[in-house]
Design a protein around this ligand. Structure first.
Ligand code: ADP
Length: 362
C-alpha cells in the first residue's frame, strides 16, 4: 500500500481502512517522513505510540529548539528568518559564527555555517533555492533557522524508549571534524572513546530532552556536541539511525536494531541488548564532486581488507551525484568491526582509500 506522507490525514484513513481487514499490532515509522503519520495512525487505532505533538516537535528544528528552550539544557542562541527577508539585513543582525539550516530537511541538506555577514547572505540565498526544490509545505518551506555555531566533538546516540525509560543501545563517536561550512557525515564508530562520565552526561542530556519533548516510546536518534561548557543537543529524532547505518549494530541473541524496535513495538519481552562485538563502525561515503557517476573500482579489494565486513555502493552507475549542501545522499556505506574503535576507524579509512570513483562533470 502506498501512502502520501504529505497528506497525513488521508494516510491515516488509508491505514484505518486497511486495518479493518488486516488488524495491525503496531505501526513503526522508519524515517523522518514517516514518524508523524505512524504516531497519528497508532493513536487513531489505539496502539501504543508517541504523542503526535512530541513527534511533530522533533520534525521541525525551530519547534525543537523552542520546546527545549526552558529545559535547562545548554542550547545555542537561535532565531527564525523568512526566505522573504532581505538576507543582507538579516546578516547584519546576526550573531557569528552561525549555522543556517532548513527546518525540516535531513542528512545535513541545506545546513551551512557562516562566519560573517557575506557568508550568511550567500548561505541564506542558497538555502532558499534548496527549499524551492524540496518537497515540503507550510512554515518549513519558507523559513530558515539560524543557530549559534556550537564547537566541539560530535556523537550520535541510538536509543530505545520504553514507557519513558531510555536504554542507550549505542553511542557513536564521529572522529572526522565537522566544522563546516557544510556538514557531511562520514565515520561513525562505537563504542565511544569518550570518558565514562562524559558518556553518562550525554545519556542524561538525551533523557532530559526526551522527557521535555514528551517522547516515551520507540527508537531515538540524537546528535550532540561536547565541549568545555558541556553537552549540547543538535537534534533528537523519534526514529532509528538513517540509511544503512544500522547494519553496523548487532545485538547477539537480540538480533539487529530493527528486531529490537519491532519487539518493543509489539510489546514482546526485551531480549539482551548488549552489542556483541568489541567495536564496529560505518562510513557514509561522501560524494566528492557533482556529476554523473560513471565507474567505481576497488569494491572487492576494499571488502577483502582486514576488519571490513562489507562495502555497498548505493547510487547506481549513470546517476547524477549532488554533493552537500544541495544533496542528501551518500555514495554508499563501508562497514567494519574489530577489537578496538581505533582499529575500526583505521579499517574504514583504508577501505575508503581503496575506492575510486569516476565522476563525469554534469
Ligand atoms: P540534519 O537533520 O539535516 O542532519 P542537523 O541540524 O542535525 O540537520 O545538522 C547537521 C549537522 O550540522 C550536525 O550533525 C552538525 O554537525 C552540524 N550542525 C548543525 N547545527 C549546528 C550548530 N548549531 N553548531 C554546530 N554544528 C551544527
Amino acid at each position: 500500500m502506498t501512502l502520501d506522507f504529505n497528506d497525513v490525514e488521508r494516510g491515516i484513513a488509508q491505514i484505518e481502512f486497511y486495518s479493518r481487514d488486516f488488524p495491525l499490532a503496531a505501526i513503526v515509522g522508519v524515517d523522518d517522513e514517516t514518524t508523524l503519520i505512524a504516531a497519528k495512525a497508532s493513536k487513531a487505532l489505539g496502539l501504543p505510540h508517541n504523542a503526535p505533538e512530541a513527534v511533530e516537535a522533533t520534525g521541525n528544528k525551530h519547534s525543537f529548539r523552542t520546546r527545549l528552550a526552558n529545559s535547562g539544557l545548554p542550547a545555542p542562541r537561535f532565531r527564525l528568518i523568512s526566505v522573504d527577508d532581505d538576507p543582507v539585513r538579516a546578516a547584519r543582525d546576526s550573531f557569528y559564527p552561525a549555522v543556517l539550516k532548513p527546518l525540516a530537511l535531513s542528512a545535513s541538506r541545506g545546513v551551512i555555517r557562516a562566519d560573517d555577514p557575506a557568508q550568511f547572505a550567500t548561505a541564506a540565498r542558497r538555502i532558499s533555492a534548496i527549499l524551492d526544490d524540496a518537497d515540503i509545505r507550510g512554515e518549513a518551506a519558507s523559513h530558515i533557522l539560524v543557530e549559534e555555531y556550537v564547537p566541539g566533538d560530535e556523537v550520535a546516540l541510538e536509543g530505545l524508549l520504553e514507557d519513558g525509560l531510555l536504554t542507550v543501545l549505542a553511542l557513536f563517536d564521529k572522529p572526522d571534524p565537522l566544522e563546516g561550512p557544510y556538514f557531511e557525515e562520514t565515520i561513525y564508530v562505537t563504542p565511544s572513546r569518550l570518558p565514562v562520565h562524559v558518556q553518562n552526561a550525554i545519556a542524561a542530556t538525551v533523557n532530559r530532552a526526551v522527557a521535555t519533548l514528551g517522547l516515551r516510546e520507540g527508537p531515538i536518534h540524537a546528535e550532540l556536541r561536547i565541549n568545555d561548557e558541556g553537552v549540547w543537543l543538535i537534534e533528537v529524532a523519534a526514529r532509528s539511525i538513517g540509511g544503512l547505518c544500522s547494519r553496523a549494530l548487532h545485538f547477539g541473541a537480540g538480533g539487529r536494531l530493527e528486531d529490537l524496535i519491532l519487539r518493543h513495538a509489539l510489546g514482546l519481552p526485551a531480549p539482551p541488548i548488549g552489542l556483541d562485538r568489541p567495536a564496529t563502525g560505518v562510513m557514509m561515503i561522501p560524494i566528492p564532486a557533482a556529476g554523473v557517476l560513471r565507474h567505481v573500482v576497488g569494491i572487492e579489494a576494499a571488502r577483502a581488507l582486514a576488519n571490513i565486513d562489507d562495502v555497498t555502493i548505493s547510487i547506481p552507475i549513470g546517476e547524477t551525484l549532488v554533493p552537500v549542501p544541495e544533496g542528501n545522499r551518500y555514495l554508499g556505506f563501508i562497514f567494519a568491526s574489530g577489537d578496538t574503535p581505533e582499529a575500526v576507524e583505521a579499517a574504514l579509512r583504508v577501505a575508503h582509500n581503496e575506492l575510486e570513483f569516476t565522476i563525469e562533470p554534469g
